[in-house]
Design a protein around this ligand. Structure first.
Ligand SMILES: Nc1ncnc2c1ncn2[C@@H]1O[C@H](COP(=O)(O)OP(=O)(O)OP(=O)(O)O)[C@@H](O)[C@H]1O
Ligand SMILES: [Mn+2]
Length: 425
């Protein structure tokens, strides 16, 4: 073989090696989600947090391929969801007539045979008969009475979908689209103790003004362009923070069905201080042990379910929770969808500190791998022609789901499956 031939052949081999390396590199970078971000200025003791995050990252890098692809078993669930929600056009009066018979042990509201879609359609279109300031909470919201005396809370749109909320995890106003997206997300994950919520546009001149209470009229100001705007009546309400009708004269918001049931309010053990000092759960490695002596396993598992949903949407503001029939009602989900580029891991503390999960929750989580959440939320929202979030937010939800899988794998490795998975029956 001539020197030229040997040189050419070696070059060819080198090229092959480089191409191979590139191929495997691109495969792995395509598959790998962003790693767990290290906390910037974070809770003491730093080394433990860093170790924990390294452990999670390690599991994230070794996640079995099943978590990156769709689970074929989800198809049946998706089909059922479609038949629950794709029912627009049916008679909405029947929906309200049956309202009192709705709450049962299984679902807070009926879902079968198109009932979920009918409720949303009725929430979106029923005639408005009274509009008032909502009496509860710290954020601007309205209380609306519909024909047939049905009550709803209306959280107005404060940001465009693309807006990125900077600052602390609980910064900013409520995001109305987060309320609606979370309702669908909970239904997809089979979390049934959730209140129907849908995007609605109310016409200021036709729907609000003629039905506004005196109290609400007092919470309005005239804008320089002549239109009236609402600043509301609440702890954070401020005459400079108004909600105004758009160029069609409408105000967009989340119409959230009012749950007229006795609710018992509790402080969350994993609530934030909202000040600079740290809460016990932020400093005590064995915090969950303490909690097991004051709360039942069932309640802790329920709090973990809620924490997983909160982590997916990045709601770091679940200071308290309300219970109906011993189960947490997923109310107040407006602080999600703040910053799609960031994943606050703290929200998952109930999961990684307790390392427990209800078996049924794990089954639901394993069902929705590989982009099914995104696909299904987009599909269900499309029945009303609505876009609930930007693609960045959907990507973030899928990325966080992988992190949830990784944390569960970490728990399994640390404690074993029998310790981690609990039957809640
Ligand atoms: N759909 C609903 N049905 C019944 N009660 C509700 C509903 N939504 C909210 N509430 C009640 O109103 C309270 C305030 O609502 P919400 O938490 O959404 O408002 P908020 O302004 O975000 O309050 P906060 O600042 O305390 O978080 C809730 O704690 C709950 O008791
Ligand atoms: Mn809130």
């Amino acid at each position: 073989m001539s020197m030229n031939c040997i040189f050419g052949f070696s070059l060819f081999l080198l090229l092959l090696v480089v191409l191979n390396i590139y191929f495997f590199y691109s495969l792995s970078t395509d598959r790998k989600p962003a790693s767990f971000n290290l906390p910037l200025v974070k809770s003491e003791p730093i080394p433990r947090v860093v170790r924990l995050i390294n452990d999670f990252s390690d599991h994230l890098n070794r996640l079995p391929s099943q978590y990156y692809i769709k689970n074929p078993k989800f198809l049946l669930i998706q089909r059922n969801l479609i038949s629950s929600f794709n029912s627009s056009g049916q008679n909405k009066n029947n929906v309200w007539n049956n309202i009192d018979k709705w709450a049962d042990e299984e679902f807070l509201f009926p879902t079968r045979n198109g009932a979920a879609g009918q409720i949303l359609q009725a929430l979106r279109t029923s005639q408005i008969t009274l509009v008032d300031n909502a009496p509860k909470g710290t954020q601007l919201k309205l209380q609306i009475l519909l024909e047939n005396k049905q009550k709803l809370y209306f959280k107005p749109k404060r940001y465009v979908r693309q807006h990125v909320v900077q600052g602390s995890i609980y910064a900013g106003f409520d995001r109305h689209n987060s309320e609606v997206l979370t309702y669908y997300l909970a239904m997809i994950l089979n979390y049934k103790w959730v209140v129907p919520s849908v995007i609605r546009r109310i016409h200021f001149e036709k729907d609000v003004l003629p039905h506004a209470t005196v109290g609400l009229q007092r919470a309005m100001v005239k804008h320089v362009n002549g239109s009236s705007c609402i600043y509301g009546k609440c702890y954070y309400c401020n005459v400079n923070d108004t909600v105004c009708p758009d160029n069609k004269g409408e105000i967009e918001g989340a119409a959230i069905l009012y749950l007229n049931k006795p609710l018992k309010k509790h402080n969350s053990p994993w609530r934030r201080s909202y000040k600079t000092f740290k809460m016990e759960w932020e400093t005590d490695t064995y915090f969950c042990k303490k909690i097991t002596s004051v709360l039942s396993t069932k309640r802790i598992l329920n709090l973990i379910d809620v924490a997983i949903i909160d982590f997916l949407i990045q709601n770091g503001d679940r200071h308290s929770y309300e219970v109906y029939k011993k189960k947490i009602v997923l109310l107040d989900n407006g602080k999600g969808l703040g910053n799609p580029m960031f994943d606050e891991l703290d929200i998952l503390a109930p999961l990684y500190q307790c390392c427990m999960l209800s078996t049924t929750t794990w089954q639901s989580l394993e069902m929705v791998s590989g982009g099914s959440i995104t696909e299904t939320i987009k599909l269900l929202a499309s029945f009303h022609g609505e876009t609930l979030a930007t693609d960045d937010h959907y990507k973030a939800i899928e990325r966080r789901l992988l992190k949830v899988y990784a944390v569960v794998q970490y728990c399994i490795e640390k404690h074993g499956r029998t310790y981690v998975f609990k039957n809640t029956f």
